[in-house]
Ligand binder design. Structure first.
Ligand SMILES: [Zn+2]
Length: 386
């Protein structure tokens, strides 16, 4: 068949798009018709004893209600790899990419961890396979974890920023507010200085090519946040309750198809007080309940949403240590976690009695959503599906 001029021009435009964005714009991506997935990182490191063991749990909703709606996997392991720490960034990137050590340290600056994923994240697989807008794929981050801002996409030549997730966090709000106040031109200099000061901690982590992009849907989201919680930071929820609030509002206003919530507060036990740990587990459990109950009452989510609940890492069991519940000593129980998966297509009320590796979660989410996590090491957990 002769190549007409019109076709030739289209081919040229397509290759220009490939050069500029790293993907072919003319190959229309399919509309996404699969289930929504909400990944709840039961994070900040938790042990099985305080979460999934019925007699000693601080998470009654997880154990007594949600487990009955899905498959509980009590024996998930984090592989023991030489030189790998059982910690938050490592576990989170493993959940998101299905690969251990799929991150690189972009060079410490004043001993600040600046790491980014090097294998594609679930967000990128999904957005590359389907026609899904950035605001429909969300990462909800804690207010004190600047290093987690960069988990929204990988440094990877076939994936990366063109397929990123958007991030919702207090940092993102302050950043938006700061720019908005300057544009409005009527903020007091004291207020601007205060905001600039608060953002400095995050700026130390900034990596090249990772500046958040303008997004009209997120603008509106933050406008509503500002209307309700104003500008002081004193009215909105804090800690992991803030993450629940961001996630619930996101469900109502942005309707994400894939969302990961990076809960973190059990980690405050690093300061030595065991009740910080157990109380934080109860707060995440209440958040989980609110997320599921909200999903149950929304057309966009009811009967169409798979919840994947998984810790980033475990914690030590050695009660002889001066400060209990740490996780950097590579002890056995720091590698021992669990998972709970519930929703359409997943078996109900079952306990999967077989060892599973944390790196299988990414491929499993891919199987639920209809894409292949090609770079993941672990296989999908096929026993989950009903
Ligand atoms: Zn920690």
């Amino acid at each position: 068949m002769a190549v007409t001029r019109r076709r030739f021009n289209a081919a040229l435009a397509a290759s220009a798009a490939t050069l500029q964005f790293g993907f072919n714009l003319t190959s229309a991506r399919a509309a996404y018709r699969g289930p929504n997935v909400i990944i709840v990182r039961f994070g900040g490191g938790v042990r099985r004893a305080e979460t999934i063991v019925p007699d000693t749990t601080w998470a009654p909703y997880l154990v007594n209600v949600l487990a009955k709606r899905g498959v509980l996997i009590p024996d998930v392991h984090i592989a023991d790899i030489e030189g790998m720490d059982t910690s938050h960034a490592e576990g989170t990137i493993n959940i998101l990419t299905g690969r251990y050590a799929a991150w690189k340290d972009a060079g410490s600056k004043f001993l600040t961890p600046r790491i980014e994923p090097t294998a594609p994240t679930l967000f990128e697989y999904l957005r590359k396979a389907f026609d899904i807008a950035p605001h429909e794929v969300l990462l909800i981050n804690g207010e004190d974890r600047p290093q987690e801002e960069f988990f929204s996409f990988a440094r990877h030549k076939k994936f990366g920023g063109a397929f990123r997730a958007e991030v919702l966090s207090l940092y993102r709000y302050k950043r938006w507010l700061y720019q908005t106040l300057i544009a409005e031109g009527r903020a007091k200099s004291e207020q601007l200085e205060n905001l600039a000061e608060q953002m400095k901690k995050f700026d130390k982590h900034t990596l090249p090519g990772r500046t958040p992009k303008a997004n009209a849907r997120l603008d509106r989201f933050w406008q509503h946040w500002r209307r309700d919680y104003r500008e002081t930071g004193l009215i909105n929820a804090r800690g992991d309750q803030l993450l629940t609030e961001l996630a619930l509002r996101a469900m109502r206003q942005l309707k994400p198809r894939l969302m990961m919530i990076n809960y973190q507060d059990p980690d405050y036990v690093h300061w030595g007080n065991a009740s910080h740990y157990t109380r934080a587990i109860a707060v995440i459990d209440r958040g989980l309940r609110q997320l599921v109950e909200t999903a149950d009452h929304m057309d966009a989510y009811a009967g169409r949403t798979v919840f994947v609940v998984i810790p980033d890492c475990g914690r030590d069991s050695n009660s002889l240590l001066g400060i209990p519940f740490q996780h950097h000593f590579n002890t056995k129980s720091a590698h021992e976690i669990w998972a709970l998966v519930a929703g359409p297509g997943i078996a109900r009320g079952r306990v999967l009695d077989k060892p599973i590796d944390q790196s299988q979660i990414a491929a499993t989410v891919g199987a639920v959503m209809g894409f292949k996590a090609r770079y993941a090491e672990g296989d999908a957990i096929s026993d989950l599906f009903s």
